[in-house]
Design a protein around this ligand. Sequence first.
Ligand code: CUA
Length: 189
Amino acid sequence: MAAANQGAHDAHATAARAEARWAWIVGAIILFLTGMVAYMSIHWALMPPTRMETIDPATLHLSGEFVESNLGTAREADGSVTVRLLASQYAFTPQCLLVPKDTPVRIRATSSDVVHGFSVAHTNVNMMLAPGYISNFATRFKDSGEFLMPCHEFCGIGHAAMWARVKVVEQNEFARAMAANGRASCVAR
Ligand code: CUA
């Protein structure tokens, strides 16, 4: 009878030790995660808001970078290209972006009304376009072809119909399109 009591006592002590050990491990994990959140919050709060560019959505069609004649693809001095586009309920301007293959592409875009989503199917291009801010995305298209560019943020009744296309072409074909005029797009004229 005494031996049985002793056995039960040992089992209880072992369970208590295991519980205490796991309590410490769980506590350590919680502390680690809390510490990480605190560190990241403070770290980012102390950083200047770089790459944050603002623009007045009420006047962007009148002057500045996003006037209609400046939209589309432009060639930079270093050989890269910059694509500028504007999102509004419920269309992207231009409706078709023309970009060269295997070339650094900088996309600059904004919205004239509400928040829109911007992504290019089968690529890593994905960002939000918010009124008042210029969104930036640097990429390089490896495959030529046509890609869908849907708005992926619900922006109102016409959201589902809001999409455009990206046409990635060989560099010589792009050069020909650029020679025709200063801004390239593949919108059918
Ligand atoms: Cu624009 Cu959804």
